[in-house]
Structure formats: C-alpha cells, structure tokens
Design a protein around this ligand. Structure first.
Ligand code: URP
Ligand code: ZN
Ligand code: ZN
Length: 443
C-alpha cells in the first residue's frame, strides 16, 4: 500500500508528458504508472501537469550585508519559495577567508536554516581568501558544500578574489570534484564608481555590460583551458549570453554553466529613472531594452534559472539617495517559474529542475520524477492566467505586482508531504533538511 497517489496528471519525464499516476512511499517516488494502484490518500491532478520540484540555485535568506539583513529568513523565504513550486534551494554561507572561519560560518547558517519548510543546501562563500585554494576546497567538500562562490569584484570592501587564485581553483575543480561559482564583474571598470555618489538612475552605467562581459569571457577561457567546472551566476546582459553562445558554446554544459534570473528577462533599466526606481536596485543592474531582447533571443545559452532572491522592505530601499546607501537585491522566489513559463513555455522546466540538480550534485535524488527519487513534486496549471497581487515574502512590495502571468503552481510536495495544497500553506516549520554535496563531477 502506497502512502499517497497523485493521479490523472500529465507527468513530466525525460522531456515529455505522460498521463500517469505517481505513487509515493516513505517520502520517495515508489512507482510511476498508468495502472491504478492502492494508496492511503489520493490527490487528483486531473488535466494538470505534474513536474519535479523546482530547485533554486541562488537565494539569499537572512543575508547580512553592511548594516542590513535581507528580510526573508529561512522560514518566510522557504514558504514563499514553496508557493512558487521550489522544493530545494541553495543559499550561501557568510563569506570567509580561511578554512578555520568556514566551519564556524557553516554551523551558523545550518542553525538559521533549521526553520525551512523545504530542503536546502549551501554554497561555501569566500572573500579575499588567505588559505590555499586546495585547502579551502577540501574543507568545503568535507562540510557538504562542493560549490565555492566568489566575487571578482568588491575589492573596496575587501571581498574580491583575484585571478591567480580563481585560476588555481578552476584548475583543481574537476579533479577535486567541486564547482567554482562566480559573481563576475570587472573590478577595475566598476571601482571608479563604487562607493561614490551614484544616483539610482545611473546604476546600470556605473556597472556597465562590458564589466560583466569582459570578466565572463576571461573566466570562460580559464575554464576551457583547465577543463574546469565554472558556474557564472546572474548573467544580466543579452550581449554576455550571445557572446558565450558564439565563443564558448563548445564548453557550455561541460566546463561552463550559465545562470540568469527572471528579472533580467522581464525588466529593463528604464525603471531606475522612476520615482520608485530604488525598489528595483540589484547587482548586476537591469540592462537596456535591447539587451533584454537579446537575452530572450539567447535563452538557449542559459542553463539554469536562479532568482537571487534578496528582499528588503520598501522603507530600507527608499531611504538612501545613492546606490551604495541602498541595500541591493529584490525578491523573486514565488513567481520565478510562472514568469519564465509565461515567456518561454515548457522549455523552461529543465532549467528549474534536472539541469540544476545535475550541476549541483543533487541528481537523481532531486530534479526528476523517477522511482527512488525524493517525492518533491509540483502540480501546475499551464492554462491559468492570473495577476500578481500578493506574496508570502516578508517584504512589503513586489516588483512584479500587477503583471499578468500564464501558468500557476497549485500544489507543492516536499519528500511526499504537501507543503502547499491547492493554494493553501499546509507545511511544517523545519520539514526541510540540509542536503550534503561532497563531490560534484560534471563529466
Ligand atoms: O543585488 C543582489 N543581487 N544582491 C545579492 C548579492 C549578490 O551579489 O548576488
Ligand atoms: Zn552576486
Ligand atoms: Zn546573489
């Protein structure tokens, strides 16, 4: 006897939809079949899609940055995520310089994350590291964080990691089985404006496309040369996506993985000139309308979608006059899938599921509907048209408010339990667990 059956839906498997029933036992998928079997509880997904739970590889819950802390903690952030169909997310430990600091930072984050209603993992974050790359990588893996995030910029706040160190990390990444996760902006280009009085309307000029493009191409060259495992976060510009496709298409998916975020597909820099433009400040910035169109055209150059969810209150965003006095980041976990589905249809599914799971060492536990995988599922209505009106984030505003979207998450299950059921939260604080990732090998 199975614990639960999700019946009569169109189940997404191997890139196609099948009219099947999914049977769950002990939190795992136990059978996927067109046969009718006995289960203690039956949930009808008649006519709806049954998708693997989404994996957001890039969120910042309770992020401490300068004098601010992002307002969604692991409880409110994970609830909001669950409403968006996200059953796994990857957050970051606070930036560390050494092996000794890493253990401490990891423990603190683990404690904070205990309230999550869905599963989670962490990237190890380094800033201006002092210990050797190999030692940092060994410690991160030992702690179950086989992905190491760094910044190529922010030298003014002592967070930059320099090229010689990055090159060594990339050289080691395949043989030591970890991923080098990079926030890529050229520090020299940005530095002259950073910390200066940049008004919000000049945000994208102060962090221009060329700063991203030049840095990404250099890193891609290093990854190709060393046959490494390089993951570029939050690609903001269409030109970057196009150039990757044309110059480094041969290593895409092998030695280079590209992530972008829904806001770079939906919004453009003109919002920064609005009276409420500060509400849209994030790094890297929104780009020109031309660039947004190019990014949409080169959607195939993007392997995963992450939200970079990092929300603040309206008051915190509106207070300062210049970009360095305003916390950077916006929310996004609740609507990311519908936003991308509205633009691209079912072609987005793998970028939220299988691709992320494979890139970050979670496959096949996560990211697929197969026997033996965790029963993380999303019931999705592909036909519903709806307006973004409210959310479950703690933030008191949403940049997507009023947008009409196509397709809506109806129900979300994590490890065989309903977290959101027919639009109602029915989850449990602390249901989520930490996912250890000790080794990641792409090839
Ligand atoms: O503005 C953003 N994205 N804040 C979060 C930190 C980062 O750089 O991803
Ligand atoms: Zn970043
Ligand atoms: Zn981020």
């Amino acid at each position: 006897m199975f614990d639960l059956a999700i019946v009569r839906g169109f189940v997404y498997r191997s890139g196609d939809f099948f009219r099947e029933n999914v049977y769950i036992k002990g939190g795992k998928i136990a059978a996927v079949t067109s046969e009718v079997l006995e289960a203690r509880e039956v949930y009808s997904a008649d006519g709806l899609w049954v998708l693997p739970g989404f994996i957001d590889p890039h969120v910042h819950f309770s992020l401490r940055v300068g004098k601010w802390t992002s307002v969604d903690d692991f409880f409110s952030g994970s609830v909001s995520a669950a409403f968006g169909g996200i059953t796994t997310f990857i957050d970051f430990i606070d930036p560390v310089k050494s092996v000794a600091e890493m253990e401490e930072a990891f423990k603190r984050r683990l404690e904070e994350a205990k309230s999550s209603v869905v599963d989670y993992a962490f990237h190890a974050t380094i800033a201006s590291p002092t210990d050797a790359p190999g030692d940092i990588a060994s410690k991160a893996k030992e702690l179950g964080m086989a992905s190491i995030k760094l910044f190529t910029t922010y030298s003014s706040s002592n967070r930059r990691t320099y090229d010689d160190y990055i090159e060594e990390l990339l050289r080691l990444s395949s043989e030591m089985e970890f991923v080098v996760v990079v926030h890529a902006e050229n520090d020299e280009i940005i530095k002259k404006m950073e910390g200066k009085n940049v008004p919000p309307k000049d945000h994208s000029r102060a962090r221009p496309t060329i700063a991203e493009l030049s840095e990404v191409l250099k890193l891609a060259a290093m990854a190709k040369y060393h046959k490494g495992q390089l993951y570029i976060v939050h690609i903001s510009s269409g030109i970057t996506a196009k150039e990757i496709w044309e110059r480094y298409g041969d290593i895409l998916g092998l030695h280079l993985i590209t992530e972008s975020c829904p806001h770079y597909f939906w919004l453009d820099e003109s919002v920064y000139s609005r009276e409420d433009g500060k509400l849209f400040l994030m790094t890297p910035p929104l780009r020109s309308l031309d660039e947004v169109e190019t990014l949409r055209d080169y959607f195939d150059a993007i392997v995963t979608i992450g939200t970079d969810h990092c929300s603040f209150m309206r008051k915190e965003k509106m207070e300062g006059n210049f970009t360095h006095g305003i916390p950077q980041g916006i929310g996004g976990v609740e609507f990311s899938f519908s936003l991308m589905y509205t633009l691209f249809g079912p072609g987005v599914i793998d970028k939220f599921t299988k691709n992320v799971a494979k890139v970050y060492g979670l496959y096949p536990k996560k990211g697929v509907i197969e026997v033996g995988s965790d029963a993380d599922l999303v019931v999705f209505d592909p036909d519903e048209r709806w307006f973004v009106q409210s959310h479950h984030s703690r933030s008191d505003y949403d940049v997507y408010e009023g947008l009409e979207l196509h397709g809506r998450v109806i129900t979300t299950l994590s490890k065989g339990r309903f977290v959101v059921k027919n639009g109602e939260f029915v989850g449990e604080k602390g249901w989520g667990s930490f996912l250890e990732r000790e080794a990641i090998r792409w090839l």
